[in-house]
Design a protein around this ligand. Structure first.
Ligand SMILES: Nc1ncnc2c1ncn2[C@@H]1O[C@H](COP(=O)(O)OP(=O)(O)OP(=O)(O)O)[C@@H](O)[C@H]1O
Length: 238
């Protein structure tokens, strides 16, 4: 059996007095891909932000490799190998592609390691290498998304949390982004992927959790989800 990298137990969290996540529990084993799906505004982004330490847990625990993440500050969570690729990229538009990528390596003091990671990001995204001096603000939506993923890969990662990588992109570009994600999966990386569109996740995730109104209302293998039309219709409109 593979070891659990991430373990959530009875996690609840929200903003002020408003509880958004209720009693969330799941495990992510080494090298697996977990997909989190659910309608807009039902807590998927909040879940990733709570794991990363941006939102405080009101109860429950979050463990990474058996050590507590609960209560840690975002930079401490990042230092333990949690790589967050947020919704909408959050790249630095007034910095070049090269500078944006180096920002991803801020926790890595060894220049040789940084150079090695940069070379592997450029191998994965040759376009970023060609345009490394270009300002990030001039990139297309798909290129920005690639830069966001590339920046995440500049750090040592135990787990990657990827928030709606297909958001706002043309279908052909979504295809390219998912080719990249499949490559990351084939490298054996452990990934939690949030998507509103279940069809993408069914193709990619080993296990799926459906969040509705801040609670897990269904979980199972991707193949079971395709067979269970009720789930798709009830929660995601078919
Ligand atoms: N910073 C915040 N302060 C207060 N409420 C927030 C904040 N961020 C999100 N919320 C609220 O928390 C709830 C869940 O939002 P969240 O972004 O986690 O949902 P989501 O499922 O990821 O949806 P989307 O895909 O649209 O981002 C929503 O009601 C939202 O308004």
């Amino acid at each position: 059996m593979r070891d659990d990298v991430l373990k959530l137990d009875g996690l609840s969290a929200g903003y002020g007095k408003v509880l958004v996540l209720r009693d969330i529990s799941f495990r992510v084993s080494e090298g697996s891909v977990v997909g989190i799906i659910g309608p807009n505004g039902h807590g998927k982004t909040t879940l990733l932000n709570t794991i990363c330490g941006f939102v405080s847990a009101s109860s429950g625990t979050i463990e990474l490799d058996g050590g507590h993440l609960t209560g840690l500050a975002p930079h401490q969570v990042a230092a333990r190998g949690v790589v967050h690729i947020p919704q909408g990229d959050l790249i630095f538009p007034d910095l070049s592609i090269y500078e944006n990528l180096l920002m991803g390596a801020y926790l890595e003091p060894d220049g040789a390691v940084q150079a090695r990671r940069l070379a592997s990001v450029f191998a994965m995204f040759p376009k970023l290498e060609e345009r490394q001096a270009q300002m990030a603000s001039t990139l297309s939506g798909g290129e920005r998304r690639m830069l966001g993923i590339g920046r995440g890969l500049m750090r040592e990662s135990r787990i990657m949390l990827i928030d709606e990588p297909s958001l706002g992109l043309a279908p052909i570009v979504v295809e390219q982004i998912y080719d990249t994600l499949k490559e990351l999966k084939s490298q054996g990386r452990t990934i939690v992927l949030v998507e509103e569109n279940p069809s993408r996740v069914v193709d990619f995730a080993d296990e799926i959790f459906l969040i509705d109104n801040g609670e897990i209302v269904w979980s199972g293998q991707a193949s079971e989800m395709e067979e269970n039309e009720n789930i798709l219709e009830t929660y995601l409109g078919g």
